[in-house]
Design a protein around this ligand. Sequence first.
Ligand code: ZN
Length: 487
Amino acid sequence: MAEHFDLLIRNGTIVDGTGSARYEGDVGVTGARISRIGALGDCAADYAIDAAGLIVAPGFIDSHTHDDRMLLADGGMVPKVSQGVTTVVAGNCGISLAPMPVPVSRPVLPPLDLLDDSGEWYRYRSFADYIEALTDTPAAVNAAAYVGHTTLRAIVMDDLNRPATASEIAQMQDLVAEAMEAGAIGVSTGLAYPPAKAATTEEVIEVCRPIAGYDGIHATHMRDEGEATMASLDETFAIGRALKVQSLISHHKLAGAAAHGQSVATLRVIAEEMARQKVSLDCYPYTASSTILTLEHAENSGRTLVSWSRSRPDCAGRDLAEIMVELNCSLEDAVAQIQPAGAVYFRMDEDDVSRILAFDPTMIGSDGLPHDKFPHPRLWGTFPRVLGHYSRDRGLFSLETAVHKMTGLTAAEFGFIDRGVLREGAFADITVFDADLIRDRATFEQPTQRAEGISAVLVNGVPVWENNEPTGARPGRVLRRQASRAD
Ligand code: ZN
């Protein structure tokens, strides 16, 4: 009798996520896992997907997100699933939705307001409560999360414009230990942001100390991503060295004209350091960044586009220069008048972005901001943009390499066992797409347009996206760090 599968993807071209060359084959799924790969022509299945002419790849892992709240509030995760993403890593840049043992101060302190400016979602008293909510009300995709250093500072400190005291550090260490015990994959820091700027390197080392015992990751939005990037790299390496933990440089970029071209040097230094300690990095495929609106950022940006404003919602989607004219005021006054707000800053150089993307160890992470009224298009376009624009159209790297950077590489860096690769026994997180058609359609002018070319997406063996629509299924699981990255 012919072998029987729950689900069978027939006639596809398999790009397995390891970086190896593509090959033709069928993929049989039983339960949540891939049970067979090969020529399975005679086999029967409860459900079949015809992938003739299409690529069958591991589901994409978004290594850098701010999806902490979207996972619970809008678990269909359409901005991600529509791109072929099957796993997201939340809690980045020092900001995590949990823990919040005391009610969050209101108005919510920027940049904590990037996750929820109402404060209503800062409702998880412990990190365990948050993980429990993710487990009990699963999203369409898998999720892993860091605990954020800035969130912890906001909890334990009365004045954020100074380094933490010994007793505050001790309190933060207890919260980190609780989070790691509950399943956090590490601590994220955002030393560039005002509420964390005053933290010293020593403070970060001490706060992160508990993660060493859990083999956690220190992910960092570095103190400086402009002219002083080299010094920030040194600080990042020093933290990893002191704790003997993996350091992850988040959204590596060179922002501001004075820093353009420095990626030649930063990548050389990163590569050298990788020979001495565990260092990882990720990048998004755009020359514009996005975060809260600050005068410092706006001053260093060729063009600034407002992505949201609580006091002036009508400003979302408009150029700050245009708002200045309308208000007949200085840049400083315009920034002040529309606060709290977020913005998109055009301040990177294409050569740096391409060079960083093409660097072998670079993973793809969107850094999408799902609650912005007029979001940076990276939220809806990152993965198809790498596959379409950078790999196919510009030939920056092969399709196999592009897929590896968003699947097998990422799973290995994070220690997500049996994810990120297509092989027998692995979880059936699978994305089927058309390599000729795939492209991002989200632009700075129309930032929420769905990408094109994603045919089907499976998470843990269950279709979550088919025929250009979400299926409504929510098979996502909470992922823990199961293994240290292999050296
Ligand atoms: Zn960041």
